[in-house]
Design a protein around this ligand. Structure first.
Ligand code: SF4
Length: 252
């Protein structure tokens, strides 16, 4: 008997199957986000913003109000929406280029100001839509289109550890975590807690999602998961980096 796939209620079914490559991590991240939105029952009051890059393929993913922004500008567009109507739940969805390169100034300042939004940033260690060039998250020694001999940290610097930085610059009340598409249930719990942080008015919430890009990694299925779980997760530890002091679960 065929098993029917479970689709989040907040997904827009007419736009499925989605447009990502087979094996892409975005679909898993967006499913975890959709299920988190379903669990909290916030679909009717949520605004979803997505960036340029492969994350823009999420523009028709949800049956919710959605805006697709200029590259790197998803964070300020989304906190502009939030400031205009604080009753809305506002989510900014982007890749590592949009958040840590062209949009880094917006992300840093929104985090430092403790803007009441939720940022979900997909880290697949390179610029995916443009063909796999080095990004701020490319690992030391990792080969990309622009680092054919591997990233040399002496000339290209070290990768950016976004959640670690954001945990340092945010005030108490922020929620910061790093999840992985290899553990979607854990990722889903992080996304629920991030959205709850916004719902409760505690502060900024940020979840980085380690994700697969077999197209640009040039890996088969086994190599893809091995690279994610054994190499990427080793460099970028998964877990919660900052939990609000007033988090009810921590007080238990
Ligand atoms: S290029 Fe990579 S990140 Fe973009 S859709 Fe394909 S697998 Fe996903």
């Amino acid at each position: 008997m065929a098993v029917e796939p479970v689709m989040p209620k907040s997904w827009r079914l007419e736009s499925k199957p989605h447009k990502f490559c087979p094996g892409c991590g975005h679909g898993i991240a967006l499913k975890a986000l959709g299920l988190a939105i379903d669990e909290l029952g916030i679909q009717d009051r949520t605004v979803f913003g997505c960036d340029i890059g492969c994350s823009l393929l999420a523009w028709d993913f949800f049956n919710m109000d959605t805006v697709q922004t200029h590259h790197g500008r998803t964070t300020p567009v989304i906190y502009g929406v939030k400031r205009a109507n604080p009753e809305l739940i506002c989510i900014a969805y982007m890749g590592d280029g949009g958040g840590y390169a062209i949009g880094a100034q917006h992300l840093v300042n929104a985090a430092a100001r403790n803007e009441l939004i939720t940022v979900v940033l997909v880290n697949n260690t390179q610029y995916a839509m443009t063909g796999g060039q080095m990004a701020p998250t490319t690992l030391p020694g990792q080969k990309t289109e622009t680092t054919p001999y591997g990233r040399d940290v002496l000339t290209a610097g070290y990768p950016m550890r976004g959640p670690e930085m954001i945990a340092e610059i945010t005030p108490d009340g922020a929620y910061v975590a790093r999840g992985t598409v290899a553990r979607s249930r854990q990722l889903g719990n992080m996304l629920v807690r991030a959205l709850e942080n916004q719902l409760s008015g505690r502060g900024f919430s940020f979840v980085e999602v380690l994700a697969t890009c077999p197209t640009n990694w040039r890996t088969n299925a086994q190599q893809t998961w091995s690279f994610l779980e054994n190499t990427v997760e080793n460099y970028y530890p998964v877990g919660e980096l900052k939990i609000p002091l007033s988090d009810p679960e921590e007080e238990m």
